[in-house]
Design a protein around this ligand. Structure first.
Ligand code: 9MG
Length: 285
């Protein structure tokens, strides 16, 4: 195994956990001052996250929260592509695009995106082909059901076995279509068709979900699993989100997807140092 995962011309070392900052380019994320202002605000926010230590920025134009309004492909492309293009020119960071749409995958890759993050695990028609053609890696996420209804009654005999079975099947299907597993990241999909117990089991037994030793991406930042345990509205979930990022790091996640980059980077770096049992960041006292 090589020491790095390759994202086109960029690489991340396997021997530590990295932080992915979330950049939502949905109307409720930025003031409604037209496309130019939206793009400028998104770029500024991305630059802050990079300065705070994010290795990857994940750009999404459609919310996958239960009950969120679906958006048309044209609208999703309009929101995401100008930001990808500008970010690729102006900011030295790995650019991920959170989408299930093959056409957006292709266009984003041609504008400089380095990773496709698909909560539907490339199961839409043409998605695997788009990633193969784009020559960039992809993250396959596990979800039971569809975003609109997935939290209605999640049900598993054995959530770990189910997630593993799903990854095995998707890895084989991708391979048969020319997408090699060295270009795949796996994500157990916290909160995507999971009860609080399923989420806690998945985190506690995270290493078992790394099928074929593939690198894991996890996202728990501000999710309702925190509310289940602590009864906190979304704007009071920072401390718990940091704790979950730290736990995921100790459990072997390669990438943690977060809203609060500065705070998460501190926690992840401390846990990286713990795992190495030395100051891998090299600064002297
Ligand atoms: C887009 N998105 C929202 N939550 C996510 C999660 O947990 N993982 C990944 N890969 N993407 C997510």
């Amino acid at each position: 195994m090589t020491d790095f995962f390759s994202f086109r011309d960029r690489q991340l070392a396997f021997n530590q956990t990295h932080v992915m900052g979330i950049l939502n380019v949905t109307p409720d994320s930025f003031s409604d001052g037209g496309q130019f202002l939206r793009k400028e605000q998104a770029l500024q926010q991305a630059q802050v996250m990079v300065n705070d230590g994010a290795a990857i920025i994940d750009i999404g134009g459609e919310s996958t929260r239960p009950g969120a309004e679906p958006v048309s492909l044209a609208e999703e492309m309009d929101r995401v592509l100008p930001v990808v293009e500008a970010l690729a020119r102006q900011v030295d960071v790995i650019i991920s695009v959170d989408t299930s749409s093959p056409q957006l995958m292709l266009e984003a890759a041609s504008l400089g995106a380095h990773l496709i993050n698909d909560v539907r695990a490339l199961q839409r028609d043409g998605a695997v082909e788009a990633v193969v053609k784009s020559d960039i890696p992809a993250c396959l996420m596990h979800m039971q059901g569809q975003p609109e209804t997935m939290q209605d009654s999640p049900d598993y005999d054995d959530v770990i076995a189910d997630v593993r079975r799903f990854f095995k099947r998707r890895i084989e299907q991708c391979d048969a279509m020319g997408l090699d597993s060295t270009r795949l990241l796996l994500d157990p999909g916290f909160g995507f068709g999971k009860t609080i117990e399923h989420n806690l089991t998945l985190l506690n037994r995270l290493p078992e979900t790394a099928l074929e030793g593939l690198p894991l991406l996890v996202g728990m930042s501000r999710k309702s699993m925190i509310d289940h345990v602590l009864q906190r509205p979304v704007d009071r979930r920072l401390s718990a989100s940091i704790a979950l990022a730290a736990a995921a790091t100790l459990k072997g996640a390669f990438i943690v997807r977060v809203h609060d980059v500065a705070e998460s980077v501190d926690a992840v770096k401390m846990m990286n140092a713990v795992k190495h049992e030395r100051n891998i960041y090299g600064n002297q006292e």
